[in-house]
Write a protein that binds this ligand. Structure first.
Ligand SMILES: Cc1ncc(COP(=O)(O)O)c(C=O)c1O
Length: 400
């Protein structure tokens, strides 16, 4: 901490926060945060090692526990989510699993939205059930269903809003209120929005999880995950499990993600600008109108809720082309957009959820989640929007 620079106050705007949080330097006075690619840390003496292990002296001891580069990433995510603290994990799924394992024991019950990422559904159906944890799946936006699913054993609500890939939403403030009244922890996967578009903690939610692999990296390079929320909740429950089970974020990935966060606010604006244009363009294609899913479209049934709790409408646009065959023809016809099972990249990506990310769900689960055979997910990138529109037009034409 050599040059006396101070970490900016939370009063700074989101772009400044993303750029300047964690700007203390080492004695080398570097201007870009260094990468501490080390598995362990040295001690000056055996006595110091004992004191650090005993928690009597602060300091890093082993990178499965803490690492300065990972800590910088955590600090920046916490600042953006307006959280007291954040704990990083090796991937988004590591973060989701840590939350379940940190707060649920045999005999407990969890209520999970039926519109969550495929691997989250798989964990609920396999690991949680095998551990003797009761699972009830509910329609995301139906607050009465959440309330009706609560039992005396319910410990946790888990959801994504907007959900991947159907973009269904729930009233976060109302669900957080229900959780608080019943003493239930409410956890939101905020991947599709990032803190630039939605801050669930400010609406009363207890914890936010992220796949940092998506927009936080933003360039499709590394895996990462993070949980943000109250310091005590995280340090008493999530951090001890993570440090002992070892799904810690690698310092290299943390460094990439940390730098990715610097441009997150700027990228999210451009992602949203492009997605709004794409959604409006597709909705105007004869015969596609009602088949385009995007919360910002004037006729989206939950547009008013999106306006209330999201700053903008995000960058995922879905279109239902009616059949798997046409969906695949459309995707194969794209020349610019890339077929891959990721989202949140700088480049426009496309996925067929029913046969990839959500393929392991049962037919009934897919149907309940609104994932039809014709549904194509577009993760709109940062290209010149006219080029994206031209690509979509020619692929639609060739899919007929
Ligand atoms: C909403 C959501 N949550 C969690 C994950 C899992 O993240 P990761 O691939 O980093 O484990 C994904 C991945 O696509 C996702 O879309």
């Amino acid at each position: 901490m050599s040059n006396g620079s101070e970490t900016p106050q939370r009063a700074y705007g989101v772009a400044t926060t993303a750029l300047h949080t964690g700007r203390e330097t080492t004695p080398e006075r570097e201007n870009s945060p260094p990468l501490f690619l080390t598995s362990s840390f040295r001690f000056d003496s055996a006595e110091q090692a004992r004191a650090v292990f005993a928690g009597e002296e602060e300091g890093n001891l082993y990178s499965r526990f803490t690492n300065p580069t990972v800590a910088l990433f955590e600090e920046r995510v916490a600042a953006l989510e307006k959280a007291e603290h954040a704990v990083a994990a090796a991937s988004g799924m590591a973060a989701v699993t840590m939350v379940f394992l940190s707060f649920l024991s045999a005999g407990d019950h969890v209520v999970i939205s039926r519109s969550v990422f495929g691997s989250t559904t798989n964990i609920a159906n396999t690991l949680l059930k095998r551990m003797g944890i009761g699972v009830t799946r509910v329609p995301l936006s139906d607050l009465e269903a959440w309330e009706a699913a609560v039992t005396p054993a319910t410990r946790l609500f888990f959801l994504e809003t907007p959900a991947n890939p159907t973009l269904e939403m729930v009233d976060l403030a109302a669900l957080a209120r229900l959780g608080r009244e019943r003493g239930i922890l409410v956890v939101v996967d905020n991947v599709l929005c990032t803190p630039c578009l939605q801050r669930p903690l400010e609406l009363g939610v207890d914890l936010v999880v992220h796949s940092a692999t998506k927009y936080m990296d933003g360039q499709g390079r590394v895996l990462g995950g993070v949980v943000a929320g109250g310091r005590k909740l995280l340090m008493d429950h999530v951090f001890p499990l993570l440090r002992n089970t070892g799904s810690s974020l690698s310092p290299f990935n943390a460094w990439v993600l940390f730098k990715g966060l610097e441009t997150l606010p700027l990228r999210m604006e451009r992602h949203c600008d492009n997605a709004e244009r794409v959604a409006a363009h597709l909705a105007a294609v004869p015969g596609l109108g009602g088949a385009v899913l995007y919360p910002g479209l004037p006729d989206h049934p939950q547009r008013e809720l999106a306006v209330r709790q999201m700053r903008r409408f995000g960058a995922i646009v879905c279109v239902d082309l009616g059949s798997r065959e046409r969906a695949h023809r459309f995707m194969n016809g794209l020349k610019l957009a890339i077929i891959t099972a990721n989202l949140g990249d700088s480049r426009t990506l496309t996925t067929h959820p029913a046969t990839t990310t959500h393929a392991k769900l049962t037919d009934a689960e897919r149907q309940a989640a609104g994932i039809t055979e014709g549904l194509v997910r577009l993760s709109i990138g940062l290209e010149d929007v006219e080029d994206i529109l031209t690509d979509l037009d020619q692929a639609l034409e060739s899919s007929l």
